[in-house]
Design a protein around this ligand. Structure first.
Ligand code: GLP
Length: 258
C-alpha cells in the first residue's frame, strides 16, 4: 500500500488529479470511478484545469460513480448526479452516454443495482477508483457492518452519516435515510484504488484504515486486501498515525535520539 502524506488539501488534490490524468493519458478509453463529498472537489478543480490548459481528454472515458441517495431526483441540488455534473462533467468533454451514476429514483432499486453491476462488468471493470472516507470509516455508502464482499445494493445510512451530511441540507430530517452504493466487493475489483483524506476529522478513520485490522466495523480497512492502493492524505488526516509510512511499508517511529 503506497501512502503519501502531503502538506495540505491542495497538495492532496493536485497529487490525486495527477494520478487520474496519468491514467487517462496512458489509456484514453479508461474506466474511471468517481467519488462525491467535499474531499474530491479539489481534484475535480484540477482535472478541469488540466482539461482546459493541457488538453486532458475525457471524450473516450467511461465513468462510474460510487453512490447516490435514494429518493433524490438527478436535478436535486444535493443529489450526487447534480454534484458530479456541477463539479466536473459539465466542464470537461465527457460523453454523457458514458457517465453512469446510480439512479436514486429507480422504480426498482434492487433491479437497478444488478444492472449497474452488469454495466461495470461490461465496461471491462474500473481502472482507477477515487475514494473518500467517512469519519466513521465508511467507503462510498458502505457503513460499519457492511460485508466486505458486498455488491452494489440498497443500504441504510447510519445516524452518524446522516448527521455528517446534514451540513449540505436544510436539516438532518431532509437527508435521505437510504442510498444505492457500490459494494466493498465491487470497489475491490477496481484495478487501482486512490483513497484521499484531509483534515484531523478523518485522522482516527485513517489510522484504523491503515494500521488497524481489516473488519466490517471499519469498511475502509478493506483496502488492505487490494494489491494496488494509493493513499494520499494530508498532515491533518495523518496526525493519528503511529507508524512512518513510506515506500509501501510502515515502520515504527523512533522516539529516541540514538
Ligand atoms: C459521503 C459519500 C462518501 C464520501 C464521504 C466523505 O457520505 N457517500 O463517498 O467519501 O461522505 O465525505 P467528505 O469528503 O465530505 O468528508
Amino acid at each position: 500500500m503506497l501512502t503519501e502524506i502531503v502538506e495540505d488539501y491542495d497538495a492532496m488534490s493536485i497529487r490525486a488529479a495527477t494520478l487520474v490524468a496519468q491514467q487517462i493519458n496512458e489509456k484514453p478509453d479508461a474506466v474511471i470511478g468517481f467519488a462525491t463529498g467535499s474531499t474530491p472537489v479539489g481534484v475535480y478543480h484540477h482535472l478541469i484545469r488540466m482539461h482546459r490548459d493541457e488538453g486532458l481528454d475525457f471524450s473516450k472515458l467511461t465513468c462510474f460513480n460510487l453512490d447516490e441517495y435514494i429518493g433524490l431526483t438527478p436535478q436535486h441540488t444535493q443529489s450526487y448526479h447534480h454534484f458530479m455534473w456541477q463539479n466536473l462533467f459539465l466542464h470537461v468533454n465527457v460523453d454523457p452516454r458514458s457517465v453512469f451514476i446510480p439512479m436514486g429514483m429507480a422504480n426498482d432499486p434492487e433491479k437497478f443495482c444488478d444492472w449497474y453491476e452488469q454495466q461495470i462488468q461490461a465496461s471491462g471493470g474500473v481502472d482507477l477508483q477515487l475514494l473518500g472516507i467517512g469519519g466513521n470509516g465508511h467507503l462510498a455508502f458502505n457503513e460499519p457492518g457492511a460485508s466486505l464482499g458486498s455488491r452494489t445494493r440498497v443500504t441504510a445510512l447510519t445516524q452518524d452519516t446522516i448527521d455528517a451530511n446534514a451540513r449540505f441540507f436544510e436539516s438532518s430530517q431532509e437527508v435521505p435515510a437510504t442510498a444505492i452504493t457500490m459494494g466493498i466487493g465491487t470497489i475491490l475489483e477496481s484495478k487501482c484504488l486512490v483513497l484521499m483524506a484531509s483534515g484531523e476529522k478523518k485522522a482516527q478513520a485513517i489510522k484504523a484504515t491503515l494500521e488497524g485490522p481489516v473488519m466490517v466495523m471499519m469498511p475502509a480497512s478493506a483496502i488492505q486486501l487490494h494489491a494496488n492502493v494509493h493513499v494520499i492524505i494530508d498532515k491533518g488526516a495523518a496526525s493519528a498515525l503511529e507508524y512512518d509510512h513510506h515506500d509501501g511499508i510502515a515502520e515504527s517511529i523512533r522516539t529516541d535520539a540514538s
